[in-house]
Design a protein around this ligand. Structure first.
Ligand SMILES: Cc1cc2nc3c(=O)[nH]c(=O)nc-3n(C[C@H](O)[C@H](O)[C@H](O)COP(=O)(O)OP(=O)(O)OC[C@H]3O[C@@H](n4cnc5c(N)ncnc54)[C@H](O)[C@@H]3O)c2cc1C
Length: 544
């Protein structure tokens, strides 16, 4: 049912743009990679909306890094491997932890304003699952905004980097097994071909696949979908992390209330005022995210409520406002004063752990294609992600991949970029049109209900069938604008998530099966790999 390309085209007839390195995505991963690659050649960075519209921009809590004397690499590695629940890849964890501090020092040199203590030293906070205060943050609770703005300024000023905003990438183009760039679309220009020697996929996450999410509208998993169509292996797609505390006000967007608020001592209480987290886990509110999310769901069910509350009344209004200015403003816009009233919260889809498999240089199994940031699977997070570990992963692997892509440009030095005689034909569809807006919203509800925080075999099977039904009507259509292409990508990736979730008959990390509530290392301490060329999921041992 899955076709190779979303639209028909003839590569040699398309309008063309040539570049040494194409970077798809302008979040922290794409920006950091562009800077590294631009030392070796021309970089074209494309984003589907304006540059600042990314998960990166909305990151609140901070970046995990070992830079204090009382902390250690071993401790950060141990915490990350513990959270990863047996699927963490030690080599990736060591790489990120050990190279992280240099990435932070670079950001400081480039003018990123991290928060500081009164004596001028960097300010560090602690988050759930971390055994030391090792999270640097900026603008109180707007770390992502500061990171996106400072990296964005630097990339825009670089004469080897060109940024094309409002440019939607539909597909990676492959020829003779290697990636040669991408098919893209702009409103004024229509469809065009970007020919590149190296392509870096930095297209971010998948939160929009779920009805409740902390992610902005751009996070529709386009990169996962296009890489899968191009033959890249995607791994552990069932691993979707839910954030326990997003503000819950009917009709309002699900804005995140950062884990750092719990790090600063806020407690979770139910509608009866009972502090329930110690009933579920000895670390209470600082237990790993999946544990807190499930405890909230259980407590909501127990108290017949749609939400619980985050109680930060131990902080004075001034203290809360100074430490969490963004969250303070957001709460106040709903007439909730967090120093006087508990904040209504419930869980939402937050971070896509599964992604395109890469090696330690960001390389995928498709020649000349790299994947970085949330679109990738390096093995750092395994089956669960420690808070504040993703921005540092994107920085470290963005830099590594950009540098490797740049260094390898000389492999084919002197060869000119020429579009091959490649034709993508798509026969017209005989099927009835479905209302795509309706399918999109029903799909997101289905994923939330059946492929969300708690999963069970029969409902996963039912979801696979419903997604396959919608796919039959949507996947063979030819759309002419991003909403249709995004829906096709969403259906494709939802099918991958549901298939992996049904296949993994155990509970591990963020993947919780009520019908298989135990972790089963004997059978399942393995990655689940999916590839378009393989009809069945492939089990890959950890560390191989
Ligand atoms: C609310 C929130 C708070 C968070 N807080 C933290 C935190 O405190 N610490 C932490 O470590 N992590 C945090 N995270 C996670 C972290 O922000 C992300 O994992 C990280 O920013 C991902 O970076 P990225 O560069 O991979 O992708 P993104 O920043 O999401 O960028 C993706 C880019 O790809 C582009 N793109 C996507 N599809 C296409 C397409 N088809 N064509 C062209 N361009 C495309 C988008 O336009 C965008 O530019 C948070 C996430 C959210 C949503």
């Amino acid at each position: 049912m899955l076709r190779r390309y979303l639209v028909p085209f003839k590569a040699h007839r398309c309008p063309q743009v040539l570049t040494d390195v194409l970077v798809i995505g302008g979040g922290v991963a794409g920006l950091r990679a562009s800077m590294a690659a631009a030392r070796y050649g021309d970089v074209l960075l494309v984003t589907k909306e304006k540059l600042s519209e990314s998960n990166t921009y909305y990151a609140q809590g901070g970046i995990a890094t070992v830079m204090q004397a009382q902390d250690s690499f071993e401790s950060h590695i141990r915490d990350t491997m513990t959270a990863a629940c047996g699927l963490g890849e030690l080599a990736a964890v060591e790489t990120v932890v050990k190279e992280g501090p240099d990435c932070i020092r670079e950001l400081l040199e480039w003018g990123t304003n991290f928060d500081r203590e009164g004596d001028g030293a960097l300010s560090f906070t602690r988050e759930g699952g971390h055994s030391a205060a090792r999270i640097v943050h900026a603008l109180g609770d707007a770390t992502g905004r500061e990171l996106a703005m400072s990296l964005g300024r630097r990339a825009r000023a670089h004469n080897q980097i060109e940024i094309l905003e409002y440019t939607y990438v539909l597909d990676l183009v492959t020829f003779e097994g290697a990636c040669i760039g991408a098919i893209a679309w702009q409103k004024k220009r229509g469809i065009f071909l970007i020919l590149a020697r190296k392509t870096l996929l930095a297209s971010g996450g998948a939160g929009m696949l779920y009805r409740e999410t902390t992610n902005p509208a751009v996070a529709t998993a386009d990169g996962h979908a296009m890489a899968y169509r191009a033959g890249a292996i995607v791994r552990d797609m069932e691993m979707v992390q839910f954030h326990p505390t997003t503000i819950y006000i009917a009709g309002a967007t699900r804005a995140l209330v950062s884990e750092a608020v719990r790090g600063e001592g806020a407690k979770l209480i139910d509608k009866n005022g009972h502090r329930f987290m110690p009933d579920y886990h000895p670390s209470g509110e600082l237990a790993p995210r999946d544990v807190v999310s499930r405890a909230i769901v259980a407590q909501m069910a127990r108290t017949h409520s749609t939400h619980v509350f985050l109680d930060a009344r131990h902080l004075s209004e001034a203290a809360f406002r100074d430490r969490f200015p963004g969250i303070y403003q957001m709460c106040m816009s709903f007439e909730i004063n967090p120093s006087k009233q508990p904040i209504p919260v419930h869980p939402s889809a937050h971070y896509m752990i599964g992604g395109v498999v890469t090696d330690l240089l960001g390389r995928t199994n498709v020649a000349n294609l790299y994947a970085i940031g949330e679109a990738s699977y390096t093995g750092l997070h395994g089956a669960n992600r420690l808070g504040s570990n993703s921005l540092i992963e994107a920085l470290v692997f963005g830099k590594r991949a950009g540098q490797d892509a740049g260094e390898r440009l000389s492999d084919d030095h002197g060869q000119s970029l020429v579009a091959p005689r490649l034709t993508a034909d798509i026969p017209p569809s005989p099927r009835t049109e479905l209302d795509t807006a309706d399918v999109r919203s029903s799909l997101r509800s289905l994923m939330w209900r059946n492929v969300g925080i708690e999963r069970v075999g029969p409902r996963l099977e039912e979801s696979k069938e419903i997604i396959a039904f919608w796919s039959r009507y949507v996947m063979d259509k030819i759309f002419d604008a991003p909403p249709g292409w995004s829906l096709q990508n969403m259906l494709e990736v939802c099918a991958l998530i549901a298939a992996s979730a049904a296949f993994r008959e155990e509970t591990r990390g963020v993947h919780y099966r009520t019908d298989f509530p135990e972790t089963d290392n004997a059978h399942w301490q393995k990655h689940i790999d999916l590839c378009v060329t393989s009809p069945l999921p492939i089990l890959t041992p950890v560390g191989s």
